[in-house]
Design a protein around this ligand. Sequence first.
Ligand SMILES: [Zn+2]
Length: 471
Amino acid sequence: MNAGWRAIRGPLLNPLPAAGVDYWPDGVLVGDDRGRIVAVGAWEDVAARLNLAAAEVPRSRGLILPPLLDAHIHIPQHPIRGRFAEGIGTDPPGGRLLASLEKNVFPAEGRCEGPAHARHVVADFATDTLANGVIGGAAYMTVHARATRLALEHLPDTWSVGLVLMNNHCPSSLRTDEPGLAEDVDALARGFGRRLIVTDRFAVSVDTPLRREGVALARRHGLRMQTHLDEQRAEKKLVEEVLYPDVGNYTGVYARDGLLEREPILAHCIHLRSDEVDMIAASASSIAHCPVSNTLLGSGVMPLDTIRAAGIPHALCTDVGASPTTSLLCEMAQFLKVHAATSAAATPEEALRLVTVAPARMLGLGDRLGSFAAGMEWSFIEVACDGPVPTDARTAILVGLLRMTANDLEPWRQADDPRAVAIGRLRDQGLEWGHDLAVLDADVRATAKRLEHRVHRVTRAGSVVWESRGV
Ligand SMILES: [Zn+2]
């Protein structure tokens, strides 16, 4: 092997940019001294071509795959992950989402005003995401410019971070400092460029003048935006019938105020009408699809068939703190379950693509990350894989990564199984707290426990940046 090169050998999954996933039960990934990929493929082929000797190439500690990316996650909610809706009654006025924000989320975000606390939260977030193989994404911080700066400074450049805009339906201590906003955005954009993402929390929390100022600032600095859209029925009703009755639909609020022009990442997009789908498809928007959050909050099921057919870029994201874990493996498992019974069922290969190559493109990192090809970063994760080496991509993803069998998905397709019944109701009308949601909640939490922290090692551009202890 050339001096300065390094390589790793083992079962290797490679999600491809256009479609599909390559898999080699005995694969190898070769990098150069600058942390760039030289070659990827079957050991037999690559070793012969590059003159690699078996003795000089270490074996992996499990399945090798590209690092994961999470394009929708809330840093200040990391300490309350999985407790987002704790203590919320069965049918609160305005729905579970709005009640949870008020009771649990806003207090957690308010605490980040203090720099010591914010630093601690960001450090824990950085460690925990790495332990789950997540090396970048798009995150929400808070309304505080100081906390946003702290997050941008501490996290690697693969993370974009949002200064949150908010001036409506929120505690006065968590309102955007509107007179100082332009100066805050100028300073952050100067320091961090497009890693700063202008963040409209959602149409309930931001009025039109503030949204339009956010859009103008994003335009001035060439920044993109992120927000939430059509998450729950009660929220949609409030936006369309009470707050913006003259606009037509929820998506129309973002279109009218210019947000859709700023390449936004739109989280959830569950209750879209067809004219809303058309508006999104006609813009440069992407969708953050969060099946765990959508299940635990009883929000609904994103219409995957419609989003696929419209060609709208989308990726799987955790939406922590609504999810109990930063593990995107848990998100992949839930994706397969909630879409098991739809006309074009989700596949394991699709699930893997939606946490690697799809978010890499959405985040503008597609030339560095998300897939393995010569010239891209020699960045990869090694995930524990018990039992015999899988023989094909589907088995490697389902059994190796997600610790499931094909039979585990069967109940989710059976019309009379309680879990399939609950998903059906979630899709049709959303769920309040009750028997159906309790069944789904218990299943998600058990899956999260099973799949969390299964990553042995994370390598980024040639350097090990995280390694599990004692394995
Ligand atoms: Zn969110």
